[in-house]
Ligand binder design. Structure first.
Ligand code: NAI
Length: 270
């Protein structure tokens, strides 16, 4: 018996949004488990490189890749990079995302919103990254997995907002509900190819760019902590652990599923 971490041994993974927060934690976690290669893909190449360098410095295998997931061709290039650089492609963690949280202050409202607090522009931006971008990413990687023919595992980072709405983040909530439906639909389409498709729907996670505003607002942060049964924000690594499970062979009977690491945020009926 060996106690070395090998849950990702022999597997090559692409992680979008790998420069920061949850994506970064996922890239590190997969590498830590012996991945043959991790492609850290992000809009911000310098920060993606920093994650890849951190992995390499710890003895892991990683490359950085600049991608804007809104660009379908760039996603195809990203998948090709994984195969060119590491020889195969087994796992996708799709974590790139934006919150559109400035929506409430958005002054570009085009006057047709009937009291809604977001503009058409914010709606478009959030859907472009979180839903269209996710589709581009999943599709590009799935194509390679189908071509190679050895199956694979796709993990989409959705949100607890995939199922539970909040008043102030309508574009985000809709994008994440779409991410969850995309997950289930692709699970059906890709099962004949041995490709499993699952999602992780985190609650409020600290140490990420996305919750910086909430955490900086004392009242808002206290409200989150108060409602969360475990009494704190989650850690990116706690999400990465759920992702690791779905990415690897331990979840071999999971597809079209979602795991919610939310600290019990949604256990109470309200
Ligand atoms: P983050 O802001 O720290 O990381 C998001 C990453 O996505 C950044 O590195 C950013 O550069 C990248 N990105 C944004 N637009 C991109 C694009 N067009 N192309 C490529 N990369 C792009 O935020 P966090 O929290 O780590 O978010 C990761 C995922 O987790 C997102 O999908 C988010 O919606 C989801 N999530 C986060 C929660 C939280 O509490 N932090 C809760 C539930 C879901």
């Amino acid at each position: 018996m060996s106690f070395r971490s090998t849950r990702m041994q022999g597997k090559v993974a692409v992680v979008t949004g790998g420069a920061s927060g949850i994506g970064r934690a996922c890239a590190l976690r997969l590498a830590e488990e012996g991945a043959l290669g991790v492609v850290v893909a992000d809009l911000h190449l310098d920060q993606a490189r920093a994650t890849a360098d951190e992995i390499a410095a710890a003895g892991g295998n990683a490359s950085a890749f600049a991608v804007d997931v809104r660009d379908a061709q760039a996603c195809e290039d990203m998948a090709r990079h994984a195969v060119d650089r590491w020889g195969q492609l087994d796992v996708l963690v799709a974590a790139a995302g934006i919150s559109g949280e400035r929506a409430a202050a958005d002054e570009e409202h085009d006057g047709t919103g009937a009291g809604l607090s977001f503009s058409s522009r914010t709606w478009q931006d959030v859907l472009d990254v979180n839903l269209n971008g996710l589709m581009h990413t999943d599709r590009a990687v799935a194509r390679w997995m189908i071509t190679v023919g050895s199956g694979g595992s796709i993990v989409n980072i959705a949100s607890m907002c995939s199922a539970w709405a909040s008043a102030t983040a309508t574009p985000y909530n809709v994008s994440k509900a779409g991410a969850w439906m995309l997950t289930k639909s692709l699970a059906i389409e890709l099962a004949p190819h041995g490709i499993r498709v699952n999602a992780v729907g985190p609650g409020f996670i600290g140490d990420t760019g996305m919750t910086a505003h909430t955490r900086a607002d004392e009242q808002a942060a206290a409200a989150v902590v108060d409602r969360t049964l475990l009494g704190r924000f989650g850690r990116p690594r706690e999400v990465a652990d759920a992702v690791l499970f779905l990415a690897g062979d331990e979840s071999s009977y999971f597809t079209g599923s979602i795991l919610y690491p939310d600290g019990g945020f949604n256990a109470p009926s309200r």
